[in-house]
Design a protein around this ligand. Structure first.
Ligand code: GRF
Length: 206
């Protein structure tokens, strides 16, 4: 099955700091990533990433999630994404799980970045999980979003060595450098329309 966004307009969703958003936005404005940031949406008004998006003059929207059911929040999100004519949704530190409402509106058209080599260490406190387990390598994963938490088909990964001296913050910082690199690469790959999904395997046809 081909993965083919209908356009190159991306919607970036975030809940916090927004360093992945910044890296993507910089690549777009420097012409390194052929995409248009059609909307930046946060469920948290105070998210620094949302302020950064406003500073860049982007279409920055807050849709508060507090007190809403998953379905009604997702329905609002779909309306905003559709209004902005978004073809591909990019989760850059977006701390919400989707209902079928979002997954059906954007099937295989939502990318997430996760700071471990999935399927190892899904969920939260990921770097601490990796340290506690004693792995010698960790990294990051860009994957398609489906109903399984951090469980969708893998688009790209990068490997990062774990040092004996690492604490969770040091490991997170080293992984973040790679996140900023591979997220734009993965977006570019999917936007190219040359990706194919075979079972769980995402293959890039050149
Ligand atoms: C990143 O580590 C990302 O992998 C995870 O959430 C964090 C977001 O960081 N999903 P930032 O907001 O992009 O700086």
């Amino acid at each position: 099955m081909k993965i083919r966004p209908r356009n190159r307009r991306i919607g970036i969703l975030l809940s916090g700091r927004g360093s992945n958003f910044e890296a993507i936005a910089a690549n777009v404005s420097e012409g390194k990533l052929w995409a248009e940031i059609a909307a930046v949406i946060s469920n948290v008004e105070s998210a620094p990433g949302l302020a950064r998006a406003r500073d860049r003059g982007l279409n920055a929207i807050c849709i508060p999630s507090k007190g809403k059911s998953r379905e009604s929040f997702d329905a609002e999100l779909v309306r905003a994404l559709t209004a902005a004519d978004v073809g591909l949704v990019v989760l850059a530190g977006f701390m919400r799980i989707f209902s079928a409402v979002m997954l059906q509106a954007y099937p295989n058209l939502i990318l997430n970045i996760h700071p471990s080599l999935l399927p190892s260490f899904p969920g939260r406190d990921v770097q601490q999980q990796a340290l506690d387990h004693g792995v010698k390598f960790s990294g990051c994963t860009v994957h398609l979003v489906n109903e399984a938490l951090d469980g969708g088909p893998i688009v790209l990964q990068a490997v990062v060595p774990v040092m004996d001296t690492d604490d969770a913050d040091a490991l997170a910082a080293r992984i973040l450098v790679q996140e900023h690199r591979i997220f734009s690469e993965a977006i570019d790959l999917v936007l190219s329309g040359n990706c194919e999904l075979q079972g769980r395997r995402v293959r890039a046809n050149q």
